[in-house]
Write a protein that binds this ligand. Structure first.
Ligand SMILES: [Zn+2]
Length: 70
């Protein structure tokens, strides 16, 4: 299981303060749990809640997604 340390939508790194805060939202998928930063959660709230964007699915195209090396 890969651990994504930053927001999968904007690649902002998740700091220790973010881990202890409540701004980031968690999204659970078969590959594990990913966390989306507060600004992206607010900007894509409808898409996230309706399942139009699944940040836990690496195949989902998303604004600002950066391809990661395998
Ligand atoms: Zn973000």
């Amino acid at each position: 299981m890969d651990t994504i340390l930053g927001c999968p939508l904007c690649t902002r790194p998740r700091t220790a303060a973010d881990i202890h805060g409540l701004a980031w939202s968690s999204h659970h998928g078969p590959g594990g749990v990913v966390f989306v930063c507060g600004p992206c959660t607010r900007a894509h709230l409808v898409d996230l809640e309706c399942g139009l964007i699944d940040p836990a699915d690496a195949r989902t195209p998303a604004p600002g997604r950066v391809a990661r090396a395998a």
